[in-house]
Design a protein around this ligand. Structure first.
Ligand SMILES: NC(=O)C1=CN([C@@H]2O[C@H](COP(=O)(O)OP(=O)(O)OC[C@H]3O[C@@H](n4cnc5c(N)ncnc54)[C@H](O)[C@@H]3O)[C@@H](O)[C@H]2O)C=CC1
Ligand SMILES: O=C(O)CCC(=O)C(=O)O
Length: 488
């Protein structure tokens, strides 16, 4: 057992001040690689704390929206610089709090910095266009205005990138923010906010309130002064956010689950397909909404693909994400581990064949962490639970197909439509896939996970609210268009 000497307590950030919750209660954020290690204590806040944060954001918005886009962008550059100085500390905190490996955590933090710089630049780009009026003496154009106060509700799987890809565009387009990060990764979130504070962001422009989803998340949904809500997380909660926001006329944006397919055709580069399936399915312990979970392999290469896949998976080193040779860390929490184990049991119960993994690794350092083995099933039929529901763990379901048409039809036979990949050299198979696949991210000869910050991100069907985040698409959510007609 690790002996800890000091464990920091992290406060809410309200109106530019680090503020303890009025409840006096805190939650321990634990290290999923070693549940005896507490990474920090975070506030278990009340509706009263949230009300203060929303009031601060509302007040600050009056001045913040008056700044020019380039001036707001300058603040984002400063935040990026502050984060860059602390990249190692933030990445290490993320690994200790959430479990992903240190290189992944560092990559994610670097991505957060790049996102801030991207949106800093967006502060200088156009926000409207001139449209010819039918009146030749009039000027007609569009401009954009901020929504006001934006509630940002985020999950634990990308504790830096997701809050930043929501907050950076919110801010640059003139909104103020109340962030409610996942309680599981609230220490990492506090470190991002510390960088915002160090960058001298005016008081109230960004606020953070930590606590339970049912109190603080629901409080954001219901708050009359929160004008827009951007959410990433489970479908169940996403629907509550959407319905609650709609009921009071607030704007909302939801990014939710995936059940992402990979199709491997007979002409595929099998080494590439195997590596991409492993990376797309098992990196971050399968805890990405873009993770590969179903693999449709054409009959002629099925056995070869399976053998290569299993041989490589057997080599993967599971362990603490801080250890240099670890490839896959633990699940992010005990509850996520239990969810993954539940789905593995369900797969076995419903008659799928377990090819590899299926349980918790035993012995030594694994005893105190939320570890699970990478797991591969075959003989999975399309209606089985493990072929339909999001698992959010390192579990792959292999399915044999005869044709590309069959593969695409089965790939589409789920409620989700986030990301999808195909491995082939045949241009007509690629084109059928691009046209027919029901997914917001369509990937050819590349893994299903992998998002570029300058491109639109979002899903079809039940994976999102049909909106897109990131890149220039973000302006659509974080602003309202005004169509202006001017006649002298
Ligand atoms: N699409 C994605 O990126 C993610 C999907 N998930 C899926 O969700 C499952 C459960 O993970 P959770 O962390 O429990 O996700 P969740 O949807 O419960 O949590 C996401 C965020 O919503 C907040 N929240 C929870 N209840 C709320 C409520 N009633 N009102 C408003 N906000 C609320 C949480 O505190 C957190 O900040 C995972 O197993 C996975 O399948 C989880 C995280 C990310
Ligand atoms: O794959 C990525 O980088 C982003 C995935 C994502 O948005 C998520 O898992 O919530």
């Amino acid at each position: 057992m690790t002996v800890q000497t000091t464990v920091n307590t992290y406060f809410n950030y309200i109106n530019g001040e680090w503020t303890p919750s009025s409840t006096g209660n805190v939650d321990a954020s634990v290290n999923p690689a070693n549940k005896n290690e507490i990474v920090g204590y975070v506030q278990r806040s009340s509706k009263e704390d949230l009300d203060k944060a929303v009031a601060a954001a509302k007040k600050a918005q009056v001045q913040w929206r008056k700044l020019s886009g380039p001036a707001r962008g300058e603040y984002l550059y400063k935040i990026a610089n502050a984060m860059e100085k602390r990249i190692d500390e933030i990445a290490e905190t993320m690994t200790r709090e959430m479990g992903k490996t240190l290189p992944e955590a560092k990559g994610e933090t670097a991505r957060g910095i790049a996102i801030l710089r991207y949106y800093a630049g967006e502060g200088m780009r156009k926000i409207g266009e001139v449209i010819p009026s039918s009146d030749s003496e009039a000027l007609m154009f569009t401009t954009r205005v901020p929504l006001g106060v934006v509630g940002v509700i985020t999950p634990w799987n990308f504790p830096v990138a997701i809050p930043i890809w929501k907050m950076a565009p919110a801010l640059v387009y003139g909104n103020t923010v109340v962030l409610k990060p996942a309680q599981e990764t609230a220490v990492t979130a506090a470190k991002i906010i510390e960088c915002m504070d160090e960058a001298g962001l005016p008081a109230g422009v960004v606020n953070m309130v930590t606590g339970s989803g049912s109190v603080i998340g629901q409080g954001i949904i219901d708050h009359p002064d929160v004008n827009g809500i951007t959410f990433t997380g489970s479908n169940q909660v996403g629907k509550m956010v959407g319905q609650g926001a709609l009921a009071r006329g607030a704007k909302y944006q939801l990014e939710m689950g995936g059940k992402n397919p990979v199709i491997v055709l007979e002409d595929a580069d099998l080494e590439l397909a195997v590596d991409a399936t492993i990376s797309g399915g098992l990196r971050s312990t399968g805890q990405k909404c873009t993770c590969t979970s179903r693999v449709f392999v054409q009959r002629g290469v099925y056995d070869q693909f399976k053998e290569k896949l299993l041989a490589k998976i057997k080599q993967l080193k599971i362990g603490n994400g801080l250890d240099g040779d670890t490839w896959m860390g633990p699940c992010a929490s005990e509850s996520q581990l239990n969810t993954v184990l539940y789905y593995i049991e369900k797969g076995i119960e419903e008659g799928a064949t377990l090819l590899y993994g299926g349980g918790r690794p035993e012995g030594g350092e694994f005893q105190n962490g939320f570890y699970v083995q990478p797991t591969v099933f075959e003989n999975v039929s399309p209606k089985m639970t493990i072929a339909q529901e999001e698992i959010f763990g390192p579990v792959l379901a292999l399915m044999k197909v005869d044709t590309v048409e069959e593969a695409i039809a089965l790939a589409n036979d789920v409620q989700f439509g986030l990301s999808a990949s195909i491995f082939t050299k045949d241009i007509s198979s690629m084109l059928s896939f691009i046209n027919e696949i029901e997914a917001g991210l369509v990937r050819i000869n590349a893994e299903s996970a992998g998002v570029e910050l300058q491109a639109p991100f979002g899903g079809m069907k039940q994976s999102s609210s049909h909106s897109r985040e990131q890149g220039q698409a973000a302006i659509e959510f974080f602003t309202s268009i005004k169509t202006v007609f001017v006649k002298a």
